[in-house]
Ligand binder design. Structure first.
Ligand code: ADP
Length: 270
C-alpha cells in the first residue's frame, strides 16, 4: 500500500490539517510486470525470424551465381517472412481485442456459417495430413457477436487440432446448446496436453511443447486470441485433455440476444 500525505485544498502542511491517501499498488505493480514481460517476449519472438532473415540474405549474396542455392535460400527467406507476418498479424489482432478497439457489435450470427467458413479455411492443411473434419451436433443455431472474430476463434482451435494431431485422424466440431449457453467444441485425436500445461496454454506465448510449436509454425498467440474473443463476447474458453489421448477445446457463448441476456429493470424508459 502506498500512503501519501497531502495538504487539504488551499492549506499548508499545518499539523492536524492533512489528508492521508492510501492506495493498493500491488495490482498496478503486477500489471507493470506483465507488460514488461510481454515486451520482452515479443522482442524475443521477433528476434528469431529477423536474425534468420539477416543471415539468409547475407548468405544469399554470396550464392547468387548458383541458381539452385539461390532458390533454396529464397524459399527459406519466404518461410521466415511468412512466420514474421503471422506473428505481427496475431499481435495486432490481440492488441485490438485487448481494448484498443471497441467491443464487437452483437449481431446475430448463424453458427452453421461460422463452421462452414472454418472448414473451408482449414481444407488445405487438413488435406495435407489426410485429416477428416467432421461437423456434428445441432444445426440452425444462432449466437450474437462479430462473425469475423468468431470465425477467427474457431479457426484457431481447428488449426491447432490439425497441427497437434498425427496424419489420418479426425477432428470433430460439435455444436450444442445447454440452456442459455451455446458451446462449440473442437475435439482431436492428437498429442494431448498435461494437466499442468492446461492451466497455462491460454497465456500469451506459453507453449506446452516448444519444439513441436516451432515445427508447426505457431506464434504462441492463437489461444490467447481465442480467450479474448470469448471474453469480449461474454463467454469463455476451456480445455479437457489427456496426454496421448487427444484434446477437446470448448468455446462457450451466451445463446440469447443481448437485450434478452441483459434485461432492463422495469419502469425505465429510454
Ligand atoms: P501455438 O502457435 O504454439 O500453437 P497457441 O496459443 O495456439 O500457440 O497454443 C499454445 C500451446 O498449446 C501450443 O504451443 C501447444 O503446446 C498447446 N496446444 C494448443 N492446441 C493444442 C491441441 N489441440 N493439442 C495439443 N496441444 C495443443
Amino acid at each position: 500500500v502506498r500512503v501519501r500525505v497531502v495538504p487539504l485544498a488551499g492549506e499548508s502542511y499545518a499539523p492536524g490539517h492533512v489528508t492521508v491517501q492510501a492506495s493498493d499498488v500491488t495490482e498496478s505493480r503486477r500489471l507493470a510486470r506483465v507488460r514488461r514481460d510481454f515486451v520482452a517476449n515479443v522482442s524475443h519472438e521477433l528476434k528469431t525470424p529477423v536474425g534468420a532473415l539477416q543471415l539468409l540474405s547475407e548468405t544469399l549474396l554470396d550464392a547468387v551465381d548458383d541458381p539452385d542455392a539461390t532458390r533454396r535460400f529464397v524459399e527459406r527467406i519466404r518461410h521466415e517472412s511468412d512466420r514474421l507476418g503471422r506473428l505481427v498479424g496475431d499481435l495486432l489482432d490481440l492488441s485490438r481485442l485487448q481494448g484498443a478497439e471497441p467491443l464487437p457489435a452483437l449481431n446475430p450470427v448463424a453458427v452453421d456459417r461460422i463452421v462452414a467458413e472454418v472448414i473451408d479455411r482449414s481444407r488445405t492443411t487438413a488435406a495435407a495430413k489426410k485429416i477428416t473434419i467432421r461437423y456434428a451436433g445441432t444445426r440452425g443455431q444462432t449466437v450474437y457477436g462479430s462473425e469475423r472474430q468468431l470465425v477467427t476463434a474457431v479457426a484457431n482451435l481447428v488449426e491447432n487440432a490439425i497441427a497437434y494431431s498425427p496424419d489420418e485422424t479426425t477432428v470433430t466440431i460439435r455444436v450444442g446448446r445447454v440452456g442459455d449457453i451455446m458451446e462449440i467444441a473442437v475435439t482431436d485425436q492428437g498429442v494431448g496436453i498435461s494437466e499442468k500445461d492446461q492451466g497455462r496454454i491460454f497465456e500469451r506465448f506459453y507453449r506446452a511443447d516448444h519444439a513441436r510449436s516451432r515445427e508447426t509454425g505457431g506464434t504462441g498467440l492463437g489461444l490467447a486470441i481465442v480467450k479474448h474473443i470469448a471474453v469480449n463476447h461474454g463467454g469463455r474458453a476451456g480445455v479437457e485433455s489427456a496426454p496421448g489421448r487427444g484434446s477437446t477445446f470448448t468455446f462457450q457463448l451466451p445463446a440469447r440476444p443481448p437485450e434478452a441476456a441483459l434485461p432492463l429493470p422495469p419502469g425505465i424508459a429510454i
